[in-house]
Design a protein around this ligand. Structure first.
Ligand SMILES: O=C(NCCCCc1cc2ccncc2s1)c1cc(-c2ccc(F)cc2)cc(O)c1O
Ligand SMILES: [Mg+2]
Length: 214
């Protein structure tokens, strides 16, 4: 019964970062992923672009699809204005368990709610169960073939309104071709590609920012 990579990441965070200090936890995870074990966090290079996009939008309600160990949840939640909230969806219960512990260690649990289950089931529940009107920002970082169907589901559920900003990870690698084609060709979105690198590697990747025009 060995440990998992997320478990090793959590114990590295608890040993090497300052409790209650999100920036310390974020940089510690980056050191772990560069020096010990690669992991599929958005990472520090794309993370800086994400930070800028979050600050520009100054969002109250952020939805994240794909929590993993909570790295991007910390990056987002630490930049929210007072009263701002992040709802993050994770399919894998083992990942969700670790993410909650990393989020608690960083002291951001009051701003972040981890929702466990498949996004296809959770998205239709958001309005009624969590009193969410519209999402200000949606960070998409889950199964790459779910980006497009879930975007359409979010539209149908009325969670995407005029000005909602979609930010999608991995649009170049592993790649999300059907999603890109949709947001870049739809008259309802204004889309922009931010070229960067796959986390902790030299491979090209990037974030796609798409604003819903109504
Ligand atoms: O798969 C990736 N990320 C999604 C994990 C799937 C987790 C899910 C969450 C959830 C919530 C609700 N409903 C359903 C789902 S499914 C991912 C993979 C790579 C990568 C890059 C190079 C490689 F060689 C190999 C992998 C890099 C990345 O940045 C990623 O984000
Ligand atoms: Mg990703």
């Amino acid at each position: 019964k060995g440990s998992s990579k997320p478990q090793r990441m959590l114990s590295y965070v608890q040993r090497h970062s300052k409790r209650g200090d999100p920036d310390s936890v974020i940089s510690t995870i980056d050191i772990f992923c560069r020096s010990k074990e690669w992991a599929m966090n958005v990472g520090d290079e794309k993370g800086l672009i994400l930070d800028k996009l979050i600050c520009e939008a100054n969002p109250s309600i952020v939805l994240e699809l794909g929590t993993y160990c909570g790295y991007s949840s910390l990056r987002i939640a630490r930049l929210l204005p007072p009263g701002g909230r992040l709802f993050t969806m994770e399919f894998n219960p083992a990942y969700a368990k670790i993410a909650k512990q990393i989020i608690a260690w960083a002291g951001l649990e009051s701003k972040i709610q981890v929702l466990e289950g498949p996004s296809g089931d959770l998205i239709p529940q958001l309005k009624k169960k969590h009193a969410i009107e519209k999402c200000d920002i949606i960070f998409i970082d889950h199964w790459k073939d779910c980006y497009l169907p879930d975007t359409k589901l979010l539209e149908e559920c009325g969670l995407i309104g005029k000005g909602t900003v979609l930010i999608a990870d991995n649009v170049t690698f592993p790649g999300t071709p059907d999603y890109l084609e949709y947001v870049r060709n739809s008259p309802h979105y204004s889309s922009q590609y931010f070229k960067s690198y796959l986390e902790y590697s030299k491979t090209e990747d990037g974030l796609e920012k798409s604003v819903f025009l109504g």
